[in-house]
Design a protein around this ligand. Structure first.
Ligand code: MLC
Length: 470
């Protein structure tokens, strides 16, 4: 019997920039890009209400989505390109050649849209039918790997909705760059729908900036990171487990922290501070949300430990987030820079500090201090980014963050309104939490989690109980 969320493939095609519109272009990888070479692909879904039958979608909306995507690729060509990984010591790079394109699959789903986009815990496997697969990498006779960087899937829910799914390699674009692409595609599509495109010059839009020379590397991070990557790549084994096996016991849910709750949380934190401490504390929405979720996640794992004596209170727990460096470096980088420009930040605390009475306060101090340190040097300690990453992920006890409430994902309007829901699917395998602004409340935050059923129940109980006390 078909699963409720199985999809029927209607069409498979390739979409690239209009022919001859983009010259052959090779983009070197900067030290900001290299750490993301081994990151598993990003999987982003955007769900929209769009109450048309499948035939209407195919005949009127799909051609516009395809045409606008092609026009957008003319400027955001790296996403239609390939990552070229020649054998060591030749450097990996992104290459666009005329005719390169991204895989686009069109599918239809009869599943229950309201259930699919709900916030309550659902089987983590439910979203995977909407996630496109990347075309497999090719290996050339000289052992060069040619890796497609993005693929897309449009799923129509007849008479109710569509889902736009994207899988892309982080090495091509960070969150800011990727959402610039998404908003540009949406904007061109919207203009075509309202018949405005002819009188608007696409070149007048905020175009991506591709010149990698703006990224200066005075500390020689690039050769250091490349060396690390080559070492890793030589021993790296692809995860060949089936997604259904990996996710068998996982559920995913979205928790919303309302604006009022965030305000009260900030107030509670500041009331715990001495005046002098307060001056030093960085209490942003990002920081208090991350602190709260980090502490609740650790508390929600406790019931997995059968005996209290099994809990090692001295053990270090880690929190990892990335910071956009476009306005945080000594050299200027345009806000439209297309590529990666992220500092990788780690924070650690002992378990007893996190689950103690002032756990959230301790976590706010630790994460906030890290954000503050970025002001005096976002690249401080950067030479250890990859080593830290490898060591800490092997230790376990790590919570990482995907997405951000500053990416404006809910502003991505293709001409039929804001998304009803956005999901960062890869968190169900990567174990990260995802953050976004909220679909329907200004100043609120959506937190996406994928946990075992038992941990999710525990987390939910702690979240509901504690937030009621705020
Ligand atoms: C370092 C940070 C994570 C956290 O810094 P902070 O704690 O200072 O928080 P912040 O920068 O959000 O904002 C701090 C304060 O500045 C003001 N402020 C900043 N930006 C604002 C904006 N656009 N609108 C309104 N206010 C703003 C607010 O007063 C806010 O306080 P208040 O918040 O209290 O109102 C962030 O600055 C950052 O770099 N975010 C981007 C991370 C990113 O790009 N992630 C994507 C990874 S790639 C990825 O994951 C792939 C994918 O998504 O597909």
């Amino acid at each position: 019997m078909a699963q409720p969320n199985s999809v029927k493939v209607l069409e498979i095609c390739q979409i690239g920039p209009p022919p001859k519109s983009v010259p052959t272009t090779s983009l070197p990888l900067t030290f900001f890009d290299i750490p993301w070479l081994l990151c598993r692909p990003m999987q982003r879904l955007l769900f929209y209400e769009l109450p048309y039958p499948t035939d209407h979608f195919k005949q009127t909306i799909l051609p516009i989505l395809k045409h606008s995507l092609s026009l957008t690729f003319q400027h955001f060509f790296p996403l239609a390109s390939n990552l070229i990984c020649p054998p060591r010591p030749l450097k990996p790079h992104i290459l666009y050649t005329d005719g390169d394109s991204a895989l686009l699959t069109i599918t239809e789903c009869m599943g229950d849209f309201d259930h699919i986009i709900a916030n309550y815990p659902r089987d983590a496997r439910d979203l995977h039918p909407f996630v496109p697969q990347l075309n497999p990498a090719r290996v050339l006779p000289d052992n060069t790997r040619v890796v497609p960087l993005m693929s897309l899937q449009l799923t129509v829910f007849p008479n109710s909705a569509i889902c736009i799914g994207l899988t892309f390699c982080h090495v091509a674009a960070d969150g800011r760059a990727f959402h610039h692409f998404m908003k540009s595609w949406a904007s061109i599509c919207r203009r075509i729908i309202i018949g405005e495109l002819d009188c608007i010059d696409i070149n007048s839009m905020l175009l991506p900036f591709h010149n990698r020379e703006v990224i200066k590397d005075p500390n020689g991070l690039e050769p250091n990171f490349l060396g690390e990557w080559w070492n890793w790549a030589s021993t790296w084994k692809e995860d060949t487990r089936l997604i259904n096996d990996v996710l068998a016991d996982k559920v995913r849910a979205t928790f919303v922290l309302g604006q009022a709750q965030i305000k009260r949380l900030k107030r509670r934190i500041t009331s715990q501070c001495m005046d002098k401490e307060l001056e030093q504390l960085h209490i942003s929405t990002f920081v208090v949300t991350c602190a709260l979720i980090w502490v609740y996640l650790i508390k929600s794992q406790d019931s997995r430990v059968s005996k209290v004596s099994d809990i090692d209170n001295e053990k270090l727990y880690y929190f990892n987030f990335v910071a956009d460096c476009r306005n945080r470096l000594e050299f200027p980088i345009p806000s439209t820079y297309f590529g990666n420009c992220l500092a990788i930040c780690f924070v650690s605390l002992k378990r007893c500090e996190l689950v103690g009475e002032n756990g959230i306060f301790s976590a706010v101090k630790a994460i906030g201090n890290k954000v503050r340190e970025l002001e005096s040097g976002a690249l401080e300690g950067a030479e250890k980014w990859l080593l830290d990453w490898k060591e800490i992920s092997e230790l376990g006890h790590l919570v990482t963050v995907a997405g951000s409430p500053r990416l404006g994902v809910y502003e991505t309007d293709f001409g039929w309104g804001r998304p009803k829901k956005s999901e960062v699917v890869q968190i169900d395998v990567s174990g990260a939490i995802s953050l976004a602004e909220c679909s329907d409340e200004d100043g609120a935050i959506e937190v996406g989690l994928a946990l075992s059923r038992e941990n999710m129940d525990n987390f939910n109980a702690i979240f509901q109980h504690d937030l009621n006390l705020l």
